[in-house]
Ligand binder design. Structure first.
Ligand SMILES: [Zn+2]
Length: 586
């Protein structure tokens, strides 16, 4: 069998839906399977896999190919490496592969770096478990209640506090030190010699989804800085692409439909040890969109654990847009003051921890709570919060989430939903207006109260000047769109005292009004000019009918969102969009 035969054999044996489906959640849609693209950020699926043709294509970013292309791009491997992986998977024998020199060099380099990393992991692990120099590491892990089993399952290690420990080990294994440096393990000196990058640190090997070591994280044991160092950029390791522990967690994450994200290596290990298997760590850096892209292939839901300090809160806030834009629903869990995951599970056990998880706050609410806690009283405070949150709303696609968020935002801040939508439309229409809060403030002040009152008056003005429109509203829930109790009273009486399709008997109406204020109101109105012209009356009626419908929808919205009824929400959004369409044209 020659090489292209082997390739063909693999192609026949491999099922692209199965291979991609391991890392991307795919759903059957017509002829195809679709899912969220693992190569770019998106919230609605444009990544499409075709089983008949055994190809995939993303209509969002344009990437695509066959099963080999996917394996190469997803796992950051060369073609020969991918062929080898897939051939092994399907028990297909490979002949020796003769490829172009450049390609061969790349493959050889990566293969070698994998091998060096593997040797280094063995060496560092041996140092930890049996070398005299590994004692500080052993003491540390035992203090943190990390078991022997965990140490061996995660291949934990210890880099002794020497400049040439690993250098000498690599030499003894006939490894070129230049390659050792390319793996990021040792560092060249000016005199052409090398020294160990990791010294006096416990070591966490970072392992990819094919169970190979791509890099290392090292944590210092005392208070010196930096607390963590990681492998620098290498052909195998790209900062911000991987999650610690994903290789051993992704199956559980998929099964449970939930991933728990923690900040530190130790947090992850401790939780694992307590039987919480769907947990990964961010490698001591802030969450990145690439990490979220990876996760969303296995789950639509994550809970992020942050430390209960300011830095933790800040990190949570920063991650907010990442989740929203990554199409993943995130909750935030902040542990009680003074606790980290490690101390918490050791003290209270994993059941208590799972209870906390259940009560995690949706990230938007967390965000809102934080914003509200900082919100000063009065209009200035409202304006600050509104201008802070508008850019985030703008980044959201129209859809259930956005309506829900605007709704909840307005509920919590007491800023009317109308104002939020209007500001959004204004910013979306002409982006260049900048963050000019003085303009916003002016609109805001003329808005809120007077706006509601103004809209009440408009409605009343219509009924008074065009009494024939009263019939239309008789059996509508018009009270929903009027907020001033005096005006509600007036309209009730208007409806009671006017015959169908007829003129107003103003005397009877005025008689029936019990408060002088209401009487005055009505008179002023009768004196005022009609707001609507004869031509615009039917349009105005239409608008108010629509407005009533809209309020009814948002009431149902509140109910459906309280009950988490996504289907009803979807239906309501479609209804609302249908309502919004014709009025937008004005
Ligand atoms: Zn894409």
């Amino acid at each position: 069998m020659d090489f292209s035969d082997a390739k063909e054999e693999v192609r026949k044996a491999a099922d692209i839906v199965e291979i991609i489906g391991q890392h991307v959640q795919l759903k059957k849609r017509g002829q195809n399977h679709v899912g969220l693209c693992p190569f770019h950020s998106e919230r609605s699926p444009s990544f499409t896999v075709n089983q008949d043709k055994q190809i995939y294509h993303c209509f969002g970013c344009g990437r695509g190919g066959d099963v080999f292309t996917f394996w190469m791009e997803y796992h950051n491997l060369t073609f020969p490496q991918s062929l080898k992986d897939l051939a092994e998977r399907y028990n297909i024998d490979l002949p020796r592969y003769r490829d172009a020199p450049a390609e061969r060099e790349k493959t050889e380099l990566k293969d070698q770096l994998f091998k060096i990393n593997d040797l280094a992991a063995d060496y560092l692990h041996a140092m930890l478990v049996k070398d005299v120099g590994g004692r500080p590491g052993r003491d540390y892990f035992s203090r943190r209640h990390i078991s022997r089993e965990t140490i061996s399952a995660f291949r934990l290690g210890y880099a002794v506090n020497k400049w040439d420990g690993l250098v000498n080990y690599l030499k003894s294994k006939n490894i070129s030190l230049d390659r050792g440096a390319k793996a990021g393990l040792i560092v060249p000196k000016k005199d052409g010699d090398y020294y160990d990058r990791f010294r006096g640190r416990i070591i966490f090997p970072i392992i990819d989804l094919n169970h190979k070591v791509i890099g290392f994280g090292g944590r210092i044991l005392d208070d010196s800085l930096p607390k963590y160092i990681n492998t620098p950029e290498t052909p195998l390791y790209h900062k911000g692409d991987s999650l610690y522990g994903l290789d051993s967690a992704f199956k559980d994450i998929r099964e449970r439909g939930l991933a728990i994200i923690v900040e530190g290596y130790m947090d992850m290990l401790v939780l694992r040890q307590h039987g919480i298997s769907n947990v990964v760590a961010t490698l001591g850096t802030a969450l990145t969109s690439n990490q979220i892209r990876r996760l969303k292939g296995y789950t639509k839901e994550v809970v992020v654990l942050f430390d209960p300090d300011d830095a933790g809160r800040q990190a949570a806030l920063k991650s907010f847009p990442l989740f929203l834009n990554g199409g993943i629903s995130a909750k935030v869990l902040v542990l009680p003051q003074g606790e980290d995951p490690d101390s918490f599970v050791n003290r209270y056990g994993s059941d208590k921890f799972k209870e906390l998880l259940e009560g995690a706050t949706p990230i938007f609410d967390f965000y809102l709570d934080q914003a509200l806690a900082r919100m000063d009283a009065g209009v200035d405070g409202q304006i600050r919060v509104l201008s802070e949150v508008l850019p985030i709303f703008m980044d959201l696609e129209q859809g259930a989430t956005k309506f829900l968020y605007v709704h909840r935002f307005s509920e919590k801040t007491e800023i009317s939903e109308d104002i939020v939508w209007e500001e959004l439309r204004r910013r979306e229409d002409k982006r260049p207006e900048r963050r000019d809060t003085s303009q916003l403030k002016r609109r805001f002040l003329s808005g809120q109260d007077s706006r509601k009152y103004g809209s009440d008056l408009q409605f009343l003005n219509l009924l008074v000047h065009y009494p024939e429109t009263i019939d239309t509203f008789r059996d509508q829930e018009w009270e929903l769109i009027v907020s001033d109790p005096e005006i509600i009273k007036i309209i009730r009486i208007l409806m009671e005292k006017s015959p169908s399709g007829g003129d107003l008997d103003l005397n009877r109406i005025e008689e029936s009004l019990d408060s002088p204020k209401a009487k005055e109101q009505l008179r002023r109105l009768l004196m005022s000019k009609p707001i609507y012209s004869d031509e615009s009356v039917s349009q105005a009626v239409d608008e108010f009918v629509r407005k009533i419908a809209r309020v009814k929808i948002s009431q149902s919205f509140r109910k459906a969102s309280a009950e988490g009824d996504i289907e009803t929400l979807d239906r309501l959004i479609k209804a609302k969009q249908a309502l919004d369409l014709p009025s937008r044209e004005n």
